[in-house]
Design a protein around this ligand. Sequence first.
Ligand code: NAP
Length: 279
Amino acid sequence: MSAEIIDGRAVAARVKEEVARQVAELPVRPRLATVLVGDDPASAIYVRMKREDCAEVGIESFHHEVDADVAPGALARLLGHLNEDERVHGILLQLPLPAHLDQDDFIVLIDPVKDVDGLTAANAGLLMQDREEAMVACTPAGVIELLKEAGAELEGTRAVVIGRSILVGKPLAQLLLAANATVTHCHSRTRDLPAVCREADVLIAAVGSPGLVTGDMVREGAVVIDVGTNRTDAGLVGDVDFESAKARARAITPVPGGVGPMTRAMLLVNTLRAARLQS
Ligand code: NAP
């Protein structure tokens, strides 16, 4: 069997087109405030790309650069100011923050309706309660779009999620549960991970361990989504050993070009939603 390769770039392009169409029809222009603390080059690139995405679809972005040694109170004040500013619909605090700042102390300050990364406890709680107004974290929301693209029937399916981070694994498991999948949630203490994975009709790896999931862990005909993004000497690789998994899967995402582009696209979707909710 040769698996369908799920083209995240193509799906993301379609999502962006749709966002652009809806932005054009909106009476207000959605606006995203981006906050970059410090001078981490990778974070600077991520923020720049997100702002370019915004410009492409007609979302305005305001960028705030903050010194790495910013006092916690000053960063808190900036977030408070952005919460109050009616021109700002979404706030993106680029993570990670410099070591002297605890990110949880700042995420909690973001107004949940402007929390376009879906990271606040308020939005996690709304998601847990299956509430429509929940702002869902971009990566898990993007994974669900990719599963739709692959034609995966989630209702009643056996889904296995590896990884239980607040950013990816937990909201993803919650979304799958809300879609009536039967969800098994794995982590570093899971016993016999290969056997658990082999039960999955939908297998999602969000770990950060190159090649953790090998072909023998993939059920014949499963849909495999690889969230992992690992920089290795061989370049950017996922958590799934692509070649061996592809030989058994029905559909599979590549790295790069799978989940990554969808994460960026879903930020635009969330910013559009935030603008709608606030206007
Ligand atoms: P994280 O916070 O480090 O969480 C990793 C999870 O993997 C933890 O729950 C951990 O279990 C589990 N784990 C570690 N080793 C394991 C093992 N051997 N077997 C089973 N589970 C294991 O990572 P994250 O933020 O969720 O990110 C996960 C990966 O996705 C990373 O590669 C990251 O770069 C990537 N990512 C990609 C995107 C994208 O847009 N493509 C976005 C976000 C993240 P414990 O809880 O027991 O420690």
